[in-house]
Design a protein around this ligand. Sequence first.
Ligand SMILES: NC(=O)c1ccc[n+]([C@@H]2O[C@H](COP(=O)([O-])OP(=O)(O)OC[C@H]3O[C@@H](n4cnc5c(N)ncnc54)[C@H](O)[C@@H]3O)[C@@H](O)[C@H]2O)c1
Length: 263
Amino acid sequence: MFSLANKAAIVTGGASGIGLAIARRFLAAGASVLIADRRAEGETIARVVQAEFFQVDVAHEEQVAAMCDAARKHFGRLDILVNNAGIQPLGIGFGELTDDILRRTLDVNVHGVAFGIKHAGRVVSDGGRVINTASFVGTLATPGGAAYSTSKAAVIHLTKLGAIELAPRRITVNAVSPGTILTPAVTGIANNPEIPFIQRRTPLGRPGQPEEVAALCHFLASDEAAYITGQNIGIDGGLTAGWTEYDLIAPSNVRNGRWIDDQ
Ligand SMILES: NC(=O)c1ccc[n+]([C@@H]2O[C@H](COP(=O)([O-])OP(=O)(O)OC[C@H]3O[C@@H](n4cnc5c(N)ncnc54)[C@H](O)[C@@H]3O)[C@@H](O)[C@H]2O)c1
């Protein structure tokens, strides 16, 4: 069940955090994995987990195309592309937004996914999988998300468009939308106020772990998920289910456990 044996996968942003957890999980399920990352130290990380490595800046289409070609050449096939690489310029409202921040965020987070889907359509085998890492802030407007949240909203819509276009070849395209996950992007910020906020605000009372997102991606990558496409699946401890607090009192119609209609 959920075996990825004989499948070949690319995980972008695979040298850290959620991407590294996905790469490890796919390897454990029997897949061959190419970790693709902008940072050269990804090569050492890939060697340790016994994956291949390709240095890529997903903001550039020609590099995304070369990454896909390299994986297919090396493995002889490509079944799964996880478009996970992303930058996270949170805490930047419209007042602080600059041309540079907005352009780089859209280049990495949106162009990277759009051209990932395009080249998956060229090189991924029929019946393959594309999984895009979006975020809960792609559907829930949050302060300080002028660039980042916008980019993740685009990822969710690109996912639907990709799903429709690649459906004739049984390639599924889905997005995962994590809540706050304890990766270097989050834990690397000293005294990050996001962590206690999320503990208070999330129904399950804690941030998530990268391995929990990887487990969801594993399922979506498996043969068992063949009928799921075009979806954005939240993995956020209930964060987007609703509010954890709401100051209310029952109306006077409620007496002794019964509803008394107005007279
Ligand atoms: N951590 C969270 O709370 C959280 C929540 C929701 C969504 N996400 C998303 O999950 C994904 C992974 O985030 P993470 O928290 O693991 O971050 P991370 O910073 O730990 O890892 C991101 C990896 O992507 C790589 N990368 C960055 N820009 C790149 C580029 N242009 N080309 C290729 N590689 C690039 C980095 O080098 C790094 O290895 C991102 O898309 C992020 O937006 C994270």
